[in-house]
Design a protein around this ligand. Structure first.
Ligand SMILES: C[S@@+](CC[C@H](N)C(=O)[O-])C[C@H]1O[C@@H](n2cnc3c(N)ncnc32)[C@H](O)[C@@H]1O
Length: 236
């Protein structure tokens, strides 16, 4: 399989073409397992915004989790277990069971804290953070400076990038670059099986890493390719 290329296909199919023990770092952001409200909301602006976001997530198949067999394939292709996985609180037990209990990996948690969450807190805490679990066996984690070593990343919710790249769950490029710097070396090969708008591939280009990415949705795949081309052009 060619590297520094992204593929518009189901990652479960694409992963089969990657040889064993060939990937240095995996960074994935699979669809979250989300409970939607089923549209039962009021007529105010906030309810309207939430329903719009939920509709976008449902229309683009971003509310239900993924085929767990992907994890077996990912483990097969990694040289050592060295993987970041974005998830919500409901998915944490599943990953702990798979990577800690079954594969005896070490766990660290990186948190993206948002300074401007949607102000919804009736009977619950606000949705102002996202979790990124880092599992490794012998994997590599060597932050080079104080900022990169922080496990909590604080920023605004990524409204500008969401609009610009038309992806509802885009992650902050700066944070993805940090994770890649910390857990891989220059020219290492990084895999993202759920590429979305291409943030991981762009971060790899900027950090001089090789990449392979899969994205099943043609619209997002085209966006990712456009971002990759723009990044390469800016670097020339
Ligand atoms: C949470 S988003 C990733 C967003 C990405 N981190 C970014 O910054 O743009 C998950 C992506 O995985 C894609 N996806 C879902 N199932 C997939 C599969 N089986 N194979 C490849 N891509 C898949 C979805 O279309 C979606 O764009």
């Amino acid at each position: 399989m060619e590297v520094n290329k992204i593929y518009n296909e189901d990652c479960l199919v694409g992963l089969k073409k990657i040889p064993d023990n060939s990937i240095d770092l995996v960074l994935i952001d699979p669809p979250y397992d989300i409970c939607t409200t089923g549209g039962k909301k009021g007529n105010d602006k906030l309810s309207h915004d939430i329903m719009k976001l939920e509709k976008e997530l449902i229309d683009n198949n971003l509310v239900s989790s993924f085929d767990i067999r992907v994890l077996d394939e990912i483990v097969r292709v990694m040289k050592d277990i060295n993987i970041y996985i974005w998830c919500n609180a409901r998915q944490i037990p599943m990953y702990i069971k798979y990577f800690n209990l079954e594969l005896q990996c070490k766990l660290e948690v990186v948190v993206w804290g948002k300074t401007n969450p949607i102000p919804l807190f009736s009977n619950k805490y606000m949705n102002d953070k996202e979790y990124c679990l880092y599992f490794r066996k012998d994997g590599y984690c060597k932050p080079q400076n104080y900022e990169d070593a922080k496990s909590i990343y604080i920023s605004k919710a990524n409204v500008e990038d969401k609009k610009k790249y038309q992806h509802p769950t885009i992650k902050p490029l700066e944070l993805i670059r940090r994770l890649i710097r910390n857990s891989s070396k220059e020219n290492d090969l990084v895999l993202d099986c759920f590429l979305g708008s291409g943030t991981t591939a762009v971060a790899c280009i900027l950090e001089n890493r090789k990449y392979i990415g899969f994205e099943i949705n043609k619209k997002y795949f085209d966006t990712a390719n456009k971002r990759i081309l723009e990044t390469k052009k800016d670097g020339d």
